[in-house]
Ligand binder design. Structure first.
Ligand code: HEM
Length: 401
């Protein structure tokens, strides 16, 4: 049965929107201001030394979908950055028929059955424990919960076994994230070695699961489909890099939005249409702030001529802004829909898994909120991180803070 639509509290302000801006500025103090200024007047604009900034949702969708003119590979692209660390064939650094072929091989990696199984085994125990603590009146830091769930889920996908490995996985994720800034165009040899060492925990687990070739594990299924060991090791690292930071950033930000819209503190009010909450929460938070393309053939975008090899900075977070703040009852314009997961041939492969993880966690928070009311008791923005996020966002029965 579909639950009733969740409506904002009539007196709700756009405090959630202000927190979102604060998170972006805390993560990228200088760049965020430069971008805000640059796109305030023109949503598609050239900034010398940076590239063409694209904050208009239709133009962003065109760049991501038009593979005849815009590529993931080549000088200055994120694909080029990751190739020395991950190898040549990890989706996010591929284009064209080879990319499409590999995506087809991976198509059932995140089928509804597999997503359910992975979430049941990896996420549910952690989510159930958090619910118990909330029901016992203890505060829960949902930023921490989301990191643990995201790591447990990807850990299971790549073939890790237990909690100790999870801590190592989170260290590796932080370690690699700290190597990349807005200015990073290439890694030097020492950085490549460092990143490879950090990823060894993921890749060794993937290798063992691939060798066992059991259809109980995602890596085993890849082996059964003929994906080579080398390719599976690379893909495991790519899934890890794309799947941990994004989900850990999204959940606490969505919970923050719910609280700021007045949807957690009224017992009984939060019997939500969870799909609408997650979609609107992802629009508000758009954890992959930016993605890059290279203009592979001269073209025109929004009235601006682009040269071959020009860098295009697709500002996903800026392209998904709407006035009025978080509102699960709204339907965003078509060009914006799912743009938080990208568009076109590189559309997020892990979207079904990400949504299932977010449903499990946000659903639990809303359920407890419906029983007893919840408030944000503490929150701090993380400073100078690649993926904007809360360092802490605790919810509990205490006084709002
Ligand atoms: C809320 C969570 C997530 C968000 C917002 C997100 C966002 C995105 C975006 C915007 C892209 C496209 C990038 C581009 O076109 O340049 C992408 C691609 C990708 N995502 Fe996600 N993602 C999330 C979670 C995940 C998870 C959990 C996984 C894996 C388990 C994952 C795996 C991937 C992969 C492999 C690609 C590359 C696909 C390709 O290049 O063909 N993502 N994601």
């Amino acid at each position: 049965m579909r639950s009733p639509a969740l409506t904002r509290h009539p007196a709700a302000t756009d405090a959630g929107g202000r927190w979102e801006s604060r998170l972006i500025r805390s993560a990228h103090p200088v760049v965020a201001r430069v971008v805000d200024l640059a796109v305030a007047r023109r949503q598609v604009t050239r900034v010398p030394g940076v590239g063409l900034l694209v904050a208009d949702p239709e133009a962003a969708r065109r760049v991501l979908s038009d593979t005849a003119h815009f590529a993931k590979q080549g000088p200055g692209s994120s694909g080029a950055l990751w190739t020395p660390v991950l190898g040549e064939r990890v989706l996010l650094n591929m284009d064209g028929p080879e990319h499409a072929r590999l995506r087809r091989v991976l198509a059932d990696l995140f089928s509804p059955r597999i997503v359910d199984e992975v979430c049941r085994d990896a996420a549910q125990p952690l989510v159930a424990r958090a619910a118990e603590r909330l029901r016992a009146g203890e505060p829960v830091d949902v930023a921490r919960l989301a990191r643990e769930v995201a790591a447990a889920v990807i850990g299971l996908v790549v073939g890790l076994s237990g909690g100790a490995d999870r801590a190592e996985l989170l260290r590796a994720s932080d370690d690699i994230e700290s190597m990349v800034t807005w200015r990073t165009r290439t890694f030097d040899e020492a950085a490549v070695d460092h990143a490879r060492r950090a990823l060894a925990v993921v890749q060794d687990a993937a290798e063992a699961a691939h060798r066992a070739a059991s259809d109980d594990t995602v890596m085993g299924r890849l082996a059964l489909q003929g994906v080579s060991l080398e390719e599976a090791r690379s893909l495991a690292a790519a899934l890890f890099l794309t799947g941990v930071g994004t989900v850990s950033s999204a959940l606490p930000r969505i919970v923050g939005q719910l609280a700021d819209a007045g949807l957690l503190d009224r017992p009984g009010a939060a019997t939500a249409d969870l799909d609408a909450v997650i979609a609107e929460g992802l629009r508000m938070t758009t954890p992959s702030l930016v993605t890059l393309r290279r203009c592979s053939r001269p073209t025109e975008l929004h009235g601006i001529r682009l040269r071959q090899d020009e860098r295009v900075v697709v500002l996903l977070w800026w392209a998904t802004r709407l006035s009025g703040g978080f509102d699960p009852a709204r339907r965003p314009p078509a060009a914006m829909r799912h743009l938080w997961f990208g568009a076109g041939s590189h559309f997020c492969l892990g979207a079904p898994l990400a949504i299932a993880e977010l449903r499990a966690m946000a659903g639990m928070v809303l359920e407890v909120a419906a029983e007893r009311g919840l408030a944000v008791t503490r929150r701090t923005a993380a400073r100078r991180v690649l993926v904007p996020r809360y360092a802490e966002l605790s919810v509990g029965a205490g006084a709002p803070g």
